[in-house]
Design a protein around this ligand. Structure first.
Ligand code: BGC
Length: 757
């Protein structure tokens, strides 16, 4: 008995002093836990695998050969799902990605809880616009639509709500925000970015990080954000995902790195390295990028995860490693802390430490940060989630309302020849491959229960008091039949207006036929297949034609712009997209979105960006204009805003003095509307060339009919700075143009000169 009491006392002493005691400081808990871990257990924490259900699915449906040759599926030819479970039991797995549902999450955590040290698992998932890779969650518009709202608070709110839904599902770590700067319309991933501008991307990236993590991610409704993909993959040489990037240090620092610096300053706790190489060194083995710049210069304190199979690709694709083990070595040296995804890495890293090529202290360093995440997320205390709480939080009315608000504010009206808004009694004909399906969800979503989605056709039908006719012309862009094209013309003639819904599809369930999204680049930016024929047949009838675009990348719709009466860019407006679009069509909502990316006319114009250098359009094309189809920052409203009285509080400032800019904006129309007031600068003369304009601030305001407001911006002088010839960031004295207006187009901007002494 005495012995029993003694051992109980010892036990409780050990507990109260150990990493399992929540009252201990997190750094003490980490030190204690590390001291108890074997090398294998430590490296196990650096290993991530794809979820068991995903694996089982591949095991059921793929042949051995397919498993070996397809890197898009979750599969391990030499590791069966049952063996993976054993690894979890042995405490040799740190993380999973792409768990299917709450049941799978709880199942795996319960197994981890049986391991020697009971270290919980951290689950990562690409919840980039809601927890949309699982079924039944709120699916917000994709980032490119969110960026069109230019609304920091809204992006933060969506991230907070997504975090809640994720935690309710047992997920802890979202692989977003994607803060790549998208500078090539051919690239399939434009839709998952915030567009082309470093400042807009930084602002919305920061808003996401703050929303997901809410400072320290220490409660059970917060998740860790993962900023990605370090770096420059948004400008691939040929538009293809993974292609190499050769980019000067100046461009890297001025275009691609600022969003990372901003997100790191906002506390982002994880970073994903990019598939691509940077100036000859793959990002997964780039110590200069990860260790020197991100950690030492920018002060990043969190952990770095590899992207899908990219450590392996140092060997199989980039050929800078002569074996898979060498690839693992280069990635650890290159600053990567966690391997996504699969077997062999554990054995490699353990061997490399035993051989003395890697130091255990470097492993401790990587593992500490992963453990810190798990401690802060509270997973050691509670890793199991409850169904009741899940059902209360997920897809609640508040979240659905936010999804609707985001779609309303992100949809961009590109053209309106006095046709919109429509009267609700108008007879509307609706057709097009994207009119009545889930393409509105965009990439990184699985098909959702039908009842959760309002398609565009459904939205129009619900709001209209007139007759709505619909032609299902099929969802495949390539196979719209001539019969249906003809029929569409006939049906249009019997209506007052036609709404043709065309574009792209990024849906993952169409992995082999989708036209946009991850790994789906294009060599042109025209409408795919027979979509334009369909539009032409309808327009030819003389019935006013409204083209609604559902797409994840800019499309050069020049013919449509010339011949159709109205064009609405919805991007990928999410589960409530159809409702929001209908409200805009019928004037219940005044459109207010503005483009976060330039829309070129055709692929030959690429690279087409608004913040280009002065010489970019010095010469012209023989066969086309150098103007974009729609400029960055552009978007129409049902009202007109008038800008006047652009003023500087002081016209001459010293180079470290903040300055105030004000402008008067008036709603001259007779409907309430939101305007996005944009501020650009240009350094008039400088020691190295500078862009013709750069966005430096913006404000979204609401004005009632006839109302006017003075909009003020307080600009910090570092917004005038650039890297000089010696690559030192400085403000050079001289004249700057300050431009404020409704888009990046010169004609839309008021201008005033600022002198810096
Ligand atoms: C993508 C990442 C994503 C990862 C996990 C990769 O193919 O590049 O953005 O987070 O898969 O789904």
């Amino acid at each position: 008995m005495k012995n029993l009491i003694l051992s109980l006392m010892l036990c409780s002493f050990a507990f109260s002093q150990s990493y399992l005691d929540p009252s201990m400081q997190i750094n003490q808990r980490i030190t204690d836990l590390l001291s108890r871990m074997t090398l294998e257990e430590k490296v196990g924490q650096m290993c991530q695998y794809v979820g068991i259900e995903h694996l089982k699915n591949s095991e059921r449906n793929l042949s051995k050969e397919q498993m070996k040759n397809s890197d898009a599926h979750g599969m391990y030819p030499n590791l069966h799902s049952s063996d993976l479970i054993k690894l979890v039991e042995q405490g040799l797995v740190g993380s999973f990605l792409h768990i299917k549902n709450l049941e799978e999450a709880n199942y795996l955590q319960n197994i981890a809880a049986k391991s020697r040290l009971k270290i919980p698992l951290i689950f990562g998932i690409d919840a980039i616009h809601g927890n949309a890779l699982q079924r039944g969650y709120t699916v917000y518009p994709t980032p490119i639509t969110l960026a069109s709202t230019w609304d920091r608070e809204l992006v933060e709110k969506i991230s907070i709500q997504t975090a809640k839904e994720m935690r309710a599902a047992g997920m802890h770590w979202t692989f977003t925000p994607n803060i790549d700067i998208a500078r090539d319309a051919r690239w399939g991933r434009v839709g998952e970015t915030f567009g082309e501008d470093p400042y807009l991307v930084s602002e919305l990236g920061v808003a996401s990080v703050i929303g997901f993590q809410q400072r320290d991610f220490t409660e059970d409704e917060k998740v860790i954000a993962c900023i990605k993909h370090l770096i420059a993959g948004g400008e691939p040489v040929n538009g293809l995902n993974v292609s190499p990037m050769d980019v000067s240090e100046r461009e890297l620092r001025e275009i691609h790195l600022p969003s990372y610096k901003a997100a790191i300053d906002a506390g982002a706790f994880s970073i994903m390295t990019a598939h691509n190489e940077l100036n000859g060194v793959p990002c997964h083995a780039n110590s200069w990028l990860v260790n020197d710049i991100i950690r030492n210069e920018f002060g990043f304190k969190g952990f770095v995860v590899s992207d899908w199979m990219d450590i392996e690709r140092l060997y199989t694709l980039h050929k800078i490693a002569e074996s898979p083990k060498e690839a693992s070595y280069l990635s650890v040296k290159g600053g990567v802390d966690m391997h996504m995804h699969g077997p062999d890495y554990l054995e490699h890293v353990v061997e490399l430490v035993k051989e003395g090529r890697l130091y255990e202290k470097d492993i401790d360093n990587a593992v500490s940060k992963i453990l810190e995440a798990k401690f802060k997320l509270g997973l050691f205390e509670n890793s199991i989630v409850k169904k009741e709480k899940h059902d209360e939080i997920v897809l609640n009315n508040n979240h659905k309302q936010t999804a609707l608000e985001a779609a309303r504010n992100g949809i961009v009206l590109l053209k309106n020849d006095n046709l919109l808004p429509l009267n609700k009694t108008t007879k509307v004909f609706v057709t097009g491959p994207n009119a009545n399906n889930q393409t509105i969800l965009g990439d990184w979503a699985v098909l959702q229960p039908e009842e959760n989605i309002t398609t565009i056709y459904e939205g129009i039908k619900t709001l209209s008091n007139g007759k709505v006719s619909f032609l299902d012309c099929g969802e495949d862009f390539l196979t719209i039949s001539d019969k249906n094209i003809k029929l569409a013309g006939k049906m249009a003639k019997k209506s007052d207006v036609a709404v043709v819904v065309v574009g792209e599809t990024s849906l993952r369930n169409l992995w082999n036929t989708k036209t946009c999204g991850e790994n789906t680049a294009r060599n042109n930016i025209k409408l795919v297949g027979k979509q334009l024929d369909l539009v032409k047949a309808i327009q030819k009838t003389g019935i006013p034609t409204i083209v609604v675009l559902v797409n994840g990348r800019p499309l050069g719709t020049t013919w449509i712009d010339k011949h159709c009466d109205a064009i609405i860019e919805t991007w990928e407006p999410g589960m409530k997209g159809g409702e929001a679009l209908a409200e805009i069509l019928f004037g219940d909502i005044n459109p207010s979105g503005k483009l976060p990316i330039t829309i070129p006319r055709n692929v030959g114009q690429l690279q087409m960006i608004y913040n280009h250098k002065p010489s970019q359009y010095f010469r012209k094309y023989y066969d086309d204009t150098v103007e974009p189809l729609y400029p960055f920052g552009f978007g129409l409203s049902y009202t007109k805003f008038k800008y006047s009285d652009l003023k500087l509080e002081k016209k001459i400032i010293s180079k470290d003095e903040p300055f105030k800019v004000s402008v008067k904006v008036k709603n001259r129309g007779n409907v309430i509307g939101d305007e996005i007031v944009q501020l650009y600068i240009r350094d008039e003369y400088s020691s190295v060339t500078r862009p013709v304009k750069e966005l430096k601030d913006f404000k979204r305001i609401t004005l009632k009919q006839g109302e006017e407001k003075i909009v003020e911006f307080m600009i910090n002088p570092d917004k005038l700075a650039f890297y000089n010839i010696a690559m030192k960031k400085i403000v050079e004295p001289g004249a700057f143009q300050i431009m404020v207006g409704s888009s990046s187009l010169d004609g839309d901007l008021q201008k005033v000169q600022l002198i810096v002494n």
